[in-house]
Design a binder for this molecule. Sequence first.
Ligand SMILES: NC(=O)c1ccc[n+]([C@@H]2O[C@H](COP(=O)([O-])OP(=O)(O)OC[C@H]3O[C@@H](n4cnc5c(N)ncnc54)[C@H](O)[C@@H]3O)[C@@H](O)[C@H]2O)c1
Length: 443
Amino acid sequence: MRISIIGTGYVGLVSGACLAEVGHDVTCVDLEPTKVDAINAGRAPIHEAGLPELLQRTVGRKLRATADLAGAVQASDVTFIAVGTPAADGKIDLQYVRRAAEQIGAAMRGKPGRHTVVVKSTVIPGTTDGAVREALEAGSGLVAGKDFGLGMNPEFLTEGQAIEDFMRPDRIVLGGIDEQTRDLLAAIYAPFAGAPVIRTNTKTAEMIKYASNAALATMISFANEFGRLCSTLGDVDVRDVMRGVHASTYFTSRLPDGTPVKAAIASFLEAGCGFGGSCLPKDVTALVAQGRDHGLPMSMLASVLEINAGQPGEVLRLVHKHVPDLKGVRVAVLGIAFKPDTDDVRESPAFPIIRLLRQEGAVVSAYDPIARPADHPGLAGVQLAGSMREVLEGAAVVVLVTRWSEFQQLPDMLRAMGSTPLVVDGRRVLEPSAFRAYEGIGR
Ligand SMILES: NC(=O)c1ccc[n+]([C@@H]2O[C@H](COP(=O)([O-])OP(=O)(O)OC[C@H]3O[C@@H](n4cnc5c(N)ncnc54)[C@H](O)[C@@H]3O)[C@@H](O)[C@H]2O)c1
């Protein structure tokens, strides 16, 4: 199939490269010339395991990039929309989706044959068959369902393991306004046989994505609320509590020989300094706003966000237990990315933690093995270190924000440096006894 993908970010590029890998003819479209040039040169503009090798195999054969949206649409049978859908003023901002749909609509005008447009971006239920349909019909002068196909195919990849997730999907949701669109999507995904397929309408497809992300965010805030109660009561560690919860057969099954297998979902039932990233915060925010707009207060999800917003303050509370006055105190922040194995820093809890530290006069330096967005406003006044050893130099307090495996070296490195700072573990990945002074979320 000839496929064009509008928006070549984490989702558009990974989807494009993987669809090319399984034999489709893919053109990735982006506004940013640097991304287009990098891809055409076989270089990955983002950090994602396996992506450079995948691009080496596909670029110049089955995959190419361009800034020419109209040309890409006209030379393809189906167009995916994979542009960003950030939150603005507490709601979903659909401006990029609308703009892309307008441009695709204009490019479809006069194009021979039946074109199909598929929304892959995460959009609030009703968007594909509402705002996107309207923009496409206005731009093309055509009618959805009669003259062109319209679908919604949410993406469930996780940054850091995105290629693996796309190539071995846990589910494939094929949303369409008609059977013809769903059949076409099924043909595109035929090479991924074996994954459960859900054929449905576009609104249900949109809701499945939100419900999935809302469930994960809820589990994190659930664990964090328990973490707060544990640290308030004393003599009870949320990590031990959650270990006990994880042991239930709902979370841990046993192989016939008795070996326990913990479900991946258990990793969301862990206390920490809060969820971030380009999906969970903005998607839960968008859903709460949609409910409110329809007169339905989404009180549980609103609490999920409220608890999350308070987690950076929990980190500060732990620092204050040992260092009440942070003026002039050197603090090393370990991790800027919102999670390990990615360079994505969007909505990372590192930023509110750094802001709170700096508000109190701390001298903050930060280190991340991959994410070093020097011009990010959240890092203004922060010294960016080039290595873990450098960031630890002279630090009186170390705050671990991201679960990078490199940070497991912290005890050995501090020992080698003869340094004994307070260590505040925002992810509960360190062994408390390895440090002179240790605090962990929920302990
Ligand atoms: N990042 C994830 O892990 C993830 C996972 C699942 C779903 N999603 C969803 O997928 C969507 C995309 O997310 P992302 O992280 O890939 O976004 P991103 O910000 O990394 O990429 C979006 C890209 O679209 C480009 N773009 C915007 N408007 C354009 C236009 N009119 N023409 C051409 N290019 C245009 C931008 O330049 C940018 O490169 C969002 O809705 C997101 O919620 C993301």
